[in-house]
Write a protein that binds this ligand. Structure first.
Ligand SMILES: [Cu+2]
Length: 246
């Protein structure tokens, strides 16, 4: 929820949001690597792999730490402490401002600092540590951020220097250090966002694309302009967006 500064009332923004999947495909078709396409949330359990946060190092000093409730194999709940931290972040940025030339005799000037609320957890999935921040801004904007740390999953190699590698040979990765290759891969993170902006109904997903539009002859000194074209998704399939590939 966000508090409307004009009315003081709380307005709904989102009912529920979570990381729904983390897809990590490695791009090496050789015997020991071709099958490495990890589903880090679905197969490993992103919440289950969460690790306690280290106070003062994982979060700033003003952070408040919260417990996490987990489910054991037999269904018994159990509590682990320091699983989530909540803190206000101020990096010196401006949230909103307006200043106007005082032609009316009344100078208009207001600046609101960009203080945001961050909720953080970290999950150690094998070699990787994912840091997930949900950043809630004063203007109602929610910014999920995913940081990646830990260590790389690497492949052994007889090479110690790139000058030993024949120009025609492709390593499926980069020689990072002596005898170590980092295989080309990416991490695709998807989110489940159940939005309830100003209530549970009448919410639509709208894709707005810019499209070149020509003016008719004699209409304007301008020949063309960019038009915003709204597309309201009627089905989940309509809402699909194709990721740009080569
Ligand atoms: Cu990676």
């Amino acid at each position: 929820m966000v508090q409307d500064p004009d009315t003081g009332k709380m307005r709904n923004v989102m009912y529920k949001g979570f990381t729904s999947e983390l897809f990590v495909p490695y791009m090496d078709p050789s015997d020991a690597w071709y099958f490495k396409t990890y589903i880090d949330a679905g197969e490993y359990g992103f919440g289950l792999q969460a690790m306690p946060l280290d106070p003062l190092n994982d979060c700033p000093r003003n952070a408040y730490y919260m417990d996490g409730v987990f489910v054991a194999a037999d269904g018994t709940p159990y509590v682990r402490s320091n699983m989530i931290c909540v803190f206000e972040r101020y990096a010196g940025d401006i949230g909103w401002r307006h200043a106007e030339c005082p032609i009316t005799g009344f100078p208009i000037r207001e600046v609101r600092p960009k203080v945001t609320l961050v909720v953080r957890m970290a999950a150690s999935v094998g070699n990787y540590d994912y840091i997930v921040d949900w950043e809630f801004q004063n203007d109602g904007l929610i910014r999920p951020k995913v940081g990646l740390s830990g260590i790389l999953m690497v492949k052994g190699s007889p090479y110690v220097n790139m000058n030993q590698v024949n120009q025609n040979e492709y390593l499926y990765g980069t020689l990072l250090a002596e005898n170590i290759i980092g295989i080309i891969h990416d991490h695709y993170v998807t989110f489940h966002l159940d939005m309830d902006i100003d209530g549970p109904s009448n919410n639509s997903f709208v894709k707005v694309n810019l499209q070149k539009e020509m003016t008719s002859p004699g209409e304007s000194p301008r020949r063309s302009y960019l038009k915003a074209v709204r597309n309201v998704a009627k089905t989940e399939k309509d809402a699909q967006i194709k990721l740009k590939t080569i």
